[in-house]
Structures are given as C-alpha cells and as structure tokens.
Ligand binder design. Structure first.
Ligand code: FAD
Length: 341
C-alpha cells in the first residue's frame, strides 16, 4: 500500500517516527520544517535558525521514507493522484495531508505564513526597517509585533479589528504591548495595503517600511478543487478518525483540516495532538478516535524574555512563563534530532 504524506508539518514530523517499514513517500517543499512556536523568538533574536527547525529530510531518511522536495499544486481525489508544481504526478492508495494554512496576505504585505518566504524577507529587511505595521492581533500578530519591537529600533504599530482574547488576557497583552513600545490600534480594520507599503484603514492612510500580515488562517486554494469535502472556508472536512468525510483513504491533520461537528482553532497545539491519532490511524489496524482537548494551553511570548500563559480561565505572566515556554518548545524540536552516535 502506497502511503503518501503531503506536507511536512507538525503532525507528519511526529507521524514519521512511527511509520518505519511502510511504503511511505513524503512531499514537502523544504528539507526542514520551521516550528511556529519559536518563530517569534527567532525574530526577537533569542534563537538561531537551526534551533527552530526540524530536520524533516533526516526524519524521512530514518523512517525509510522516500522524500520528494516539491510543492503540491493539485490533488485529484477521484483518481488518487497528487500533482506537483514541477509537473510530477504522485499516485497513492492512502494519502495524508498536513499542509498548514496561509496568511492570505494582500499584495504589498509580507505574509507571516508560509514561514520560509517570511524568514527570507525578514532576514533581508530586519536591519533597515524604521517603521513596521503588523496586521492581526491574535497570538501570532501580538507575538510578532513585540518580537520586532524587541529586535529592532523600528516604530511598531499593531492593527486589530476585533478583540481576540478574553478580557483578563487582553489586559495583560495590552500592558505588554505598551511596555514593548508597540502602538496598538484597537478596533481598526485594515481595508487595503497599497504600494509603499501604505495601510488604508477607514479614511486614514499611513506609510510603513514593512507591513506584516498575520490576520487569520486561509486554506491552500487548490483544496477546494480536489474533490474532497471541505468546510465553508475550504479546509478539508474530516471525521473523528481524521479521515476525509468524502474519501476515507485520505487523512488530514493540523491547520488544513476541520473536524466535522467540533471545529477548533487553527493552532499548532491541535496539530501536535492530531499527530498522535494520525500516526496510529495511518498504520493498518483499528482507527482511533480523536477527541479534542477541551482547553488548550496558550503561551504568548512578549518580545523580551517575558510571556503570558492562558489556561482554563486562569492567566499569569512573567520571566518564569517565558522560561517554561522555552523549555517546552526546545524539548519539542529536540525530540526530532537524530540520536547521537
Ligand atoms: C508567527 C506565528 C506564531 C505562531 N505561534 C504559535 C504558537 O506559539 N502556538 C501554537 O499552537 N500555534 C502557533 N501558531 C499557529 C501555527 O503556526 C499553526 O497552527 C501550525 O503551524 C499548524 O501546524 P501544521 O502542522 O498544520 O502546519 P505547518 O506547521 O504550517 O506545516 C505545513 C507544512 O506543509 C508544507 N506545505 C505547505 N504548502 C505545501 C504544498 N503546496 N505542498 C507540499 N507541502 C506544503 C509547509 O512547507 C510546511 O512544512 C503561530 C502562527 C504564526 C503565523
């Protein structure tokens, strides 16, 4: 049975460790996977690039999987074929999708996701930007805004069209933004980004050296045309076994999947939890059910080595929270390193 893993995200990185001895092909554009939890820490200057990356090519090699470096451009669920941007076709008996999501940024803005083009642009721009706007004040946006403010002398402005956190956490975040020198434009929807880049919000226009777009997670556009059932936004609709509700030989996990009847936020915490069930269900045998956790631990880094924790209606903050997050994140990435010797 030919098992094809499309995308090398959190779930497939974890699943690969348990798929040794199977006929597995992994298709992913880069030999590494950048871990989102540590990306703002890289922007803030706390980590080196190699510390926030998982060697996905090495993982594939250790699992005996064939690695195809490429980007999927289309999937035909009826004929069970994935087509890559370079023209290659890959047939499968069983496929698994862990492709993440995109930031869906307008032209003239730098999308926070996918991470590789973001990093390339950031590395080029970081030493010359004097004014940076971040659009979207969810966890990704607030972390990136504070990371930029920590790492550069740039004036940083964060645009937020609506509250993204419960009141107690929002207050902590507002104070942290203030301490970091980030100007929060609350209740300000960005209607366009023009060449410059210039942000248009209502009747105002403001020019920046760089606009980072961190507002929302959009599906890869070709998923809608794949024949797989999707939710109304275009994410693959899966059952509680993480199988496509229309094509049970196709599995999906992480941001690119929506659980039928129990949708949850698109966040890495869930992608990691999917991995445990996905790995089991991709091997033959009785498929296991995925039961979403009722509350997820949110750790928000605040530029300097300070972080906020939000869990089950309680919140706290401090340097100790940052050290806790740092330990969790490092342990996660290090868990994928090749054993010594
Ligand atoms: C700045 C930032 C910070 C964040 N911090 C956190 C955090 O601290 N905690 C948290 O829980 N969540 C965080 N998130 C959200 C988190 O990034 C996502 O929820 C998480 O990455 C989803 O994991 P995934 O495995 O589904 O996809 P991803 O991690 O995005 O992996 C998808 C993989 O698929 C590959 N791929 C993409 N397109 C194709 C294609 N066409 N063909 C083949 N392969 C493809 C990519 O290269 C990538 O390797 C953050 C997001 C951002 C933008």
């Amino acid at each position: 049975m030919r098992l094809v893993l499309l995308g090398g995200g959190h779930a497939h990185a974890a699943a690969l460790r348990e798929l040794r001895g199977k006929d597995v092909t992994l298709v992913t554009p880069y030999p590494h996977h950048t871990y989102s939890g540590m990306l703002p820490g890289f922007v803030a200057g706390h980590y080196r690039l190699d510390e926030i990356r998982i060697d996905i090519a090495g993982l594939a090699a250790r699992a005996g999987a064939k690695l195809v470096l490429g980007r999927v451009a289309a999937l035909d669920a009826a004929t069970r074929v994935a087509r890559l941007e370079d023209g290659q076709s890959i047939e499968y008996d069983r496929a698994s999708l862990n492709l993440g999501s995109e930031s869906n940024a307008p032209a003239h803005a730098l999308a926070a996701k996918p991470f590789e083009p973001f990093l390339e642009h950031w590395l080029d721009a970081k030493d010359r930007v004097k004014s940076v706007a971040v659009v979207g004040a969810g966890a990704a946006g607030v972390e990136l805004a504070m990371a930029v403010a920590h790492r550069t002398p740039a004036r940083v402005t964060l645009y937020s069209d609506r509250p993204m956190f419960r009141a107690a956490v929002a207050r902590r975040i507002a104070r942290a933004l203030q301490r970091s020198g980030v100007e929060l434009r609350a209740g300000t929807a960005v209607s366009a980004v023009q060449e410059g880049p210039v942000i248009v919000a209502g009747s105002t226009q403001e020019a920046f050296d760089l606009v980072i777009w961190a507002a929302g997670a959009a599906p890869l556009p070709w998923l809608r045309e794949s024949g797989l059932a999707t939710d109304e936004r275009g994410f693959v609709l899966v059952d509680d076994r993480l199988r496509s509700v229309s094509h049970p030989e196709v599995f999906a996990a992480g941001d690119c999947a929506t659980l039928r009847g129990a949708p949850h936020p698109k966040s890495g915490v869930y992608a990691v939890r999917h991995a445990e069930v996905l790995a089991h269900n991709l091997r033959d045998g009785q498929p296991r059910r995925y039961v979403p956790q009722r509350r997820a631990l949110a750790l928000i880094s605040c530029g300097a080595r300070h972080a906020i924790v939000d869990w089950g209606g309680m919140s706290a903050e401090g340097a100790w929270v940052w050290r806790w997050k740092d330990r969790i994140d490092r342990r996660w990435v290090e868990g994928f390193r090749a054993p010594a010797g």
